[in-house]
Structure formats: structure tokens, C-alpha cells
Design a protein around this ligand. Structure first.
Ligand code: NG6
Ligand code: CA
Length: 493
């Protein structure tokens, strides 16, 4: 019996290529396949029409670093200190040698590549940007990497390939400082006349390519990126990775810069929407997706490749630059039906688009299964027949059946993370008590803050308008206990 079972399990495992396109700050309502009218995303709509579109998929957190940490390690980031939004000179926060999504796939025989936004730190805490930059992605399971080290709005504004800055010049060394200006270099604060886009809050330090950033940097003139070309540069690297590894199997983690600030899409996309740069960045993102899908077709790999598309957190309109996003938003609802957005404990913080396409294996449609990005690790371990070592990926659940559309049942519960933790189970959601401002004064996002725990029946009240905590104190107590247990046990799988 057990031999038969093992044989059956092996027969069911497979090693398709996996392409994970991970967008930045794209909200549930930002894509036309999720209902957007003011932005058209034909390539993503096509992916969705041929794939499975999820309506209850979540990033683990309402900001970037913790979501990426959770997705790559299968551990809720809030378990570990130091996993909040990182500065560009932060040390690597995933321990080298750790069992991660790419390391697991390496063991399964995959070539693994990271292209795009990293934001998980690099080095050991004192990086020399002119020398060897490690540890980084290559030490946690990627065979190759072409990175934007932190965010588009943080220094250093250079690409890092494997262990080195691309185009670095020993005669023009790069220096980075997050605490004070370096020499008398111009800054956004002192020299607004040098800027082509002005900050609305923060972002008034080093000026690179006419845009002031978070943090100070000098040097590396020849290495500095051009924001308007970034989508082209990253997409070309993503396509080259697939081409090189066409013999497969490969895992491509393509983390776009779009649609994070500064939103500076290539001029080809200017005016593609009536929403200004934020809308045009959505058009640019959709183009990147189209390029990846075309390449898979050209390489004859589409049928043997799972393509996933998702986002690292919910949407934000004004995230620090005067780029007309607020003025030109019109009727567009970046978070779709959900309340809040990036930074928020309301659903808008973590309920993000997720599309999964695997021709012939995933039946096109829509799924309401509750899934988290931290589940990719255990799910793809299941797919490729990898056993997860004890203690690894403590919050990753094998949801392969749900991800492939064979089951409508996803997680029984999920913890959502922003300022506080929220506990979702079935139709219900509790936001744990948390102090602080109700609204992020910079971005104008409702944060879901409350001195007492809040309870919402999300199925009937998707916008989380009616707090039912006082009516159902038992449920609040029960959910608080379950959340405490998940915290204390160090695992939820
Ligand atoms: C915030 C930045 C915001 C953005 C965010 C990280 C300010 C005032 N705001 O601190 O612009 O960079 O961090 O975004 O500096 S994330 O998507 O990478 O999490
Ligand atoms: Ca983000």
C-alpha cells in the first residue's frame, strides 16, 4: 500500500518552469481584470482569461519588505524583528543557507533567478558598494540576480548583478549614508530647482536623475539608473534569464519596480491613461507582463510554465511625490471594494491580485479560496516532490490544490499584518487592538487602528464599515486566543 502511495505521489509531481511576477504596490482594483475602468491591462487580462483569478489572496503584510520576507521564507515576517521597510544599506535579513522558496527549488533541480526589486538587505551591515556585495540572493538560493537593491526611491540608485554594482568605476566610488548628507552634494531639500518631480513628503535627500530620494549617495555616476528605462532594463534581464535557461526547469522571480514611487514610466507610456504617471505605470507594468508571456510563447515554453502574478501590498496614491496621482485619480478605486490600502489593517492592505496560469493544468476561472503568498513555498514543494525539513517555512501551507483550481478550499485562517495583526477565519476578521493615528497623515490611508479589537463580517461587509465586536464578544475572545496561539507556538502550519 505504502509503495503504491509513494509511486502515485511521484507520478503526480512535476517540474514545470515557474515564473513569479511580483508587482509593487499594485492594488486589487488597479487591473482591468479586477474591475478597473480607467486603466486597461490587456496582457494581465489575457493571463487571467487563460488562468485562475483569485479574489481572496493575500500578501503577508501591508508593506514590501515583510511581504517579500514571508513569501521567500514561508515564515510570517512579524515573527522576526527587523523585517520592516528597510533602508538601502540594511544587511541581508534572510540568513544565508536558510531553506527558502528558491533554495527548495534548487534542490528540486531548478535554475533560479531573481530580477528586480530586492528590498531584503544585502551584505553584513557595512556594505562597500565598490567591492563584493554579499551575502545576498545568491546565498539564499538564487543562482543569479539582477537587482534594484531596495526601492526606486531609496539610494543607492544603481543595479547590482550577482555580487557587484553594474557599471561601477573605481575612479568614481559610490558612497551611501542614511544619517547625514555627504559633503556638499545637492539635495532635494536645498536644490529644488534641480528636480523634475518634487517630493510631497520625505524624499528630499540625494538627487539622482532629477529625482530626490530617501538617503544620501555620491559617486557611481556611470552606474546610476535612469528611472524611465528601468522597466526595459529589468524586463530584458528577465527575458534573458528565461532564454538562457530554456532547457529548464527554471524559477524566475521577476519583481517589477512598477508601480512604486517614483512613478516615471518610459515616455512610450505617457498618456496611456488619464491618471497621470500612476496610471501610466500600470500600463508599463502590463507591457512587462506581455513581454514575459510573448517570450514564453516564442521559446515554446508556455505550456510547461506556471505563471503567477501578484503584488507585495495594497495600493497607495500619494506615496511621497507630487506626481498628480491624487489629482488625476478620478473615479478609479485602487483597492477595488476594500477599505484602506498600503500600510493598512483593513483588507486593502493585503488583499491583492493573484493570477495563476498553467495551460492544460489550471482550468480558467475565478477562485475565492483564501491563500497567502507565504504558501507558495509549501505548495511548490508539494508540486516538485520536496519534503520540507522540520522547522522550516513554519507558516507555509501546501495549497497546491487550491492554486491549481482543483479545490475551492484554501487556508482555514490567515494573519494579516500592518501596524497590528488581523486574524481572518471564514467570513470573519478581527483586527487586534492597536494604538496610533487612524489615518496615515502622509498618504491619507485609513489604517484600521482602534484602541479596542474590531470585528468585521467581511463576506457581508467587504468594506469593513460595521464593527461587530460589541455584539460578538465571544468571537473576539476566541479569535484573540487563536491569534495568541499562532504567535506563541512560532508556527501556524
Ligand atoms: C515609506 C516611504 C514610501 C515608500 C515606503 C516603502 C517616506 C515618507 N515614505 O517610508 O515612499 O518608500 O516606505 O514602500 O519615506 S514599500 O513598498 O517598499 O514597502
Ligand atoms: Ca510595495
Amino acid at each position: 500500500m505504502s509503495l503504491c502511495g509513494a509511486a502515485a505521489a511521484v507520478a503526480q509531481t512535476a517540474r514545470p518552469n515557474i515564473v513569479l511576477i511580483y508587482a509593487d504596490d499594485v492594488g486589487y482594483g488597479d487591473l482591468s481584470c479586477y474591475g478597473a475602468k480607467a486603466a486597461r491591462t490587456p496582457n494581465l487580462d489575457g493571463l487571467s482569461a487563460k488562468g485562475l483569478r483569485f479574489t481572496d489572496a493575500h500578501s503577508s503584510s501591508a508593506t514590501c519588505t515583510p511581504s517579500r520576507y514571508s513569501m521567500l521564507t514561508g515564515e510570517y515576517a512579524w515573527r522576526k524583528k527587523g523585517t520592516g521597510v528597510l533602508p538601502g544599506d540594511a544587511r541581508l535579513i534572510i540568513e544565508p543557507g536558510r531553506y527558502t522558496l528558491p533554495a527548495m527549488l534548487q534542490k528540486a533541480g531548478y535554475k533560479t533567478g531573481a530580477v528586480g526589486k530586492w528590498h531584503l538587505g544585502l551584505g553584513n551591515g557595512n556594505i562597500d558598494w565598490n567591492g563584493e556585495i554579499k551575502p545576498g540572493p545568491l546565498e539564499i538560493g538564487f543562482d543569479s540576480a539582477f537587482l534594484l537593491p531596495a526601492t526606486g526611491d531609496r539610494v543607492p540608485c544603481v543595479y547590482v548583478e550577482d555580487h557587484r554594482v553594474v557599471g561601477g568605476d573605481p575612479a568614481d566610488p559610490i558612497r551611501v549614508d542614511y544619517s547625514k548628507p555627504i559633503g556638499d552634494e545637492p539635495t532635494g531639500k536645498k536644490n529644488p530647482e534641480l528636480l523634475k518631480v518634487h517630493p510631497s513628503h520625505g524624499h528630499d535627500m540625494a538627487i539622482v536623475n532629477g529625482v530626490s530620494r530617501i538617503g544620501y549617495m555620491t559617486g557611481g555616476q556611470a552606474a546610476q539608473w535612469v528611472d524611465e528605462d528601468m522597466a526595459d532594463v529589468l524586463t530584458a534581464k528577465a527575458l534573458a534569464f528565461m532564454e538562457t535557461n530554456r532547457g529548464g526547469p527554471f524559477f524566475l522571480y521577476f519583481a517589477t519596480h512598477d508601480i512604486h514611487v517614483p512613478r516615471m514610466p518610459n515616455k512610450r507610456f505617457a498618456g496611456k491613461t488619464a491618471m497621470g504617471p500612476r496610471g501610466d505605470a500600470i500600463a508599463e507594468l502590463d507591457w512587462c507582463v506581455g513581454q514575459v508571456l510573448d517570450k514564453l510563447d516564442k521559446l515554446g515554453l508556455a505550456g510547461n510554465t506556471i505563471v503567477l502574478f501578484s503584488s507585495d501590498n495594497g495600493p497607495v496614491v500619494d506615496d511621497g511625490y507630487k506626481d498628480d496621482a491624487v489629482e488625476k485619480l478620478g473615479e478609479h478605486r485602487p483597492a477595488g471594494p476594500w477599505r484602506g490600502g498600503k500600510y493598512s489593517n483593513f483588507e486593502g492592505g493585503t488583499r491583492v491580485p493573484l493570477i495563476v496560469r498553467w495551460p492544460g493544468r489550471v482550468k480558467p476561472g475565478v477562485s475565492s479560496a483564501l491563500v497567502g503568498q507565504q504558501d507558495f513555498l509549501a505548495s511548490f514543494a508539494g508540486l516538485t516532490g520536496q519534503a520540507i525539513p522540520g522547522g522550516a517555512a513554519p507558516d507555509s501551507t501546501n495549497l497546491l490544490e487550491a492554486l491549481l483550481g482543483k479545490s475551492r478550499i484554501g487556508r482555514r485562517h490567515i494573519v494579516e499584518h500592518a501596524r497590528a495583526l488581523s486574524y481572518r477565519e471564514g467570513e470573519w476578521k478581527m483586527i487586534a487592538a492597536n494604538d496610533g493615528p487612524k489615518v496615515n497623515a502622509n498618504t491619507n490611508t485609513e489604517l484600521g487602528t482602534g484602541a479596542a479589537a474590531q470585528l468585521y463580517r467581511v463576506s457581508k461587509d467587504p468594506h469593513e464599515n460595521v464593527d461587530l465586536a460589541a455584539r460578538f464578544p465571544e468571537r473576539v475572545r476566541n479569535f484573540s486566543e487563536k491569534l495568541a496561539k499562532i504567535r506563541e507556538s512560532g508556527r501556524s502550519r
